[in-house]
Write a protein of this length. Structure first.
Length: 224
């Protein structure tokens, strides 16, 4: 018989661990110290396994049931997937993404390139990274950053009236993305999608001078 929220909340510990079944091989394990753990038993490749679904009340009854359903879907896939192995793979992927943030990759790129730069250019590039890119993108996994997000950041630089800085910042971001591609930590340079999207500085065109006016100006310069 399925559990209810009230039963789960009011369940009391005993001197030995007890299990309250929710059916479909999921149960609430209650330890003598009062801790409550969701568990799901299943068989994979002929072996009995137990998958931890979380701790109550952090994981509610409804949330535990959703986790059980996700595990059963993996087991029913073709070919079947071991939920426990899938969880380990997911954790490794999360750890990999945590390492491959925009800031980590950008600093690695900067370290590799600085040897061929002047000291002033080295400092300028690092300053643009730290002031314009890292505050919003630094902690993000690089592969999760999309073109609209990068454009929004560049637009904010433009709104300060710093059009040249906006252009240089976009160029630096593109170099970081291409470095990530070269080192197999990304598959696309999203800055390429922003070409032509930035504002351009207005150019003042002067009136065309006649040949006589040009000769006159040359004469004036000679006079000085």
């Amino acid at each position: 018989m399925a559990l209810t929220d009230v039963q789960v909340k009011n369940a009391k510990p005993k001197s030995t661990p007890i299990k309250l079944s929710d059916g479909d091989w999921m149960y609430l394990l209650i330890q003598p110290n009062g801790a409550k753990y969701w568990r799901f038993n299943y068989r994979f490749a002929g072996k009995q396994k137990t998958l931890a679904l979380g701790t109550y009340p952090d994981v509610s009854l409804g949330a535990a049931r959703k986790k059980r359903m996700a595990a059963r879907e993996l087991l029913a896939s073709d070919p079947p997937i071991d939920p426990m192995k899938q969880r380990k793979n997911d954790r490794r992927e999360e750890e990999r993404l945590a390492e491959h943030t925009f800031e980590n990759i950008a600093r690695e790129w900067w370290e590799n390139k600085r040897g061929g730069w002047s000291s002033s250019h080295t400092a300028a590039v690092l300053s643009r990274l730290e002031r314009e890119l890292f505050p919003d993108l630094g902690a993000r996994p690089l592969i999760e950053i999309a073109a609209p997000e990068l454009l929004d950041l560049i637009r904010r630089v433009e709104r300060r009236g710093a059009l040249e800085l906006a252009s240089k910042t976009l160029i630096i971001a593109g170099q970081v993305f291409r470095y990530a591609i070269a080192t197999e930590r990304a598959t696309a340079d999203v800055s390429r999608d922003l070409r032509g999207a930035l504002k351009t500085r207005e150019v003042n065109h002067y009136a065309k001078l006649s040949e006589g006016e040009l000769r006159c100006r040359r004469c004036q310069r000679r006079a000085f």
